[in-house]
Ligand binder design. Sequence first.
Ligand SMILES: *Cc1c(COP(=O)(O)O)cnc(C)c1O
Length: 394
Amino acid sequence: MVPLLDTNAQNLPLKAELNAAFDRVLHSGHFILGGEVTAFEEECAAFLGAKHAIGVSSGTDALVVALIALGIGHGDEVICPSFTFFATAGAISRVGATPVFADVCPVCFNLDVASTREKITEKTKAIIPVHLFGQSAEMYALQALAKKHGLSIIEDTAQAFGAKYHGKSCGTLGEFGTYSFFPSKNLGALGDAGLLVTNDSELAETARAARNHGSKIRYLHDFVGGNFRLDALQAALLRIKLAHYPSYSAARSANATAYTDALSTIDGITVANESDCACPVSQNAKLKSEGARAVLPVAYGHNTHIWNQYTLRILDGQRDNFREHLKTAEIGHEVYYPIPMHRQPCFRDLPEASLSNCPVSDTLAREVVSIPAYPELSPAQRDEVIAAIRGFSS
Ligand SMILES: *Cc1c(COP(=O)(O)O)cnc(C)c1O
């Protein structure tokens, strides 16, 4: 039996440190924002190389705060990938704006720039690229597009804390980068928590007000924000885990390398080809290689991938059989994500232009499956996963 994720394997070895942090907060009597949150914000800003970091209540709320701070609301359109976790799209609707879904690349799973360009209208105010599964989207091309059309970029970095694009931390290239510390993310809290970063001091100030009912001075409200504040306790616990974070990322990366090395020797399993990436160029995405039955994920040379998920594509309509096989072998796995945003019931009344032309998202929703890659996975467990996959292929 190998679980998809084992949070206890990461948290319990830190029990003494976590308990000490709890005691510190308990005795401080200060439970929301305050010194622990400020210290955590400063440590994150330094770690990511951002000017400002703002702790908030979740990754979803980080997106909402970023949209509010940019003044995005009714009548505005925001483009995001159809193939993502729901929160990316939900946050856009929550502030009253219209989500517009662009398609993604079948190689890196991220926003397809040509598809994004096609979806821009007079009403477009921002693009939200998602660094899905821990690898950066094609930011230079998206930045050029944003600049040309006067758009803001909010990077949904929920799955890519500390991942890099050409040496820069994901989340620090747009107007805002947003992060989640949901327990299954690479830096996981013991509850809900999130963060946003920006290099713009004015935007930082507005975001700080937005997380606290639009207020800079007590009981004086410049605009309507919300309660999106981070708890001192989560900040204190996260500070401990942040200190260990580089070792977590190294272990995930070692797991990914070991998977790719072993699985790519199996007949019919190929590694995705970086040169087929459809993101920066306006060409038809190459969906599969000759004779391949399964495709392994690839980390691009210019990216530091942090492997929030190790996600395979199982071709020829075999994904659900593959899942059955893993289930029998007691290998934890999950489909991230089975229903793309342009097919969600809650978005069915959006204009046709929001929902059209996302064929790669549809394909990926049918093909992807993620296998255990968490840092504490032992070599023996990894071998168990590899053996199970080998069993399906033969
Ligand atoms: C997890 C996640 C979020 C939301 O984070 P929460 O902290 O759960 O609110 C947003 N976007 C993506 C891509 C995510 O994976």
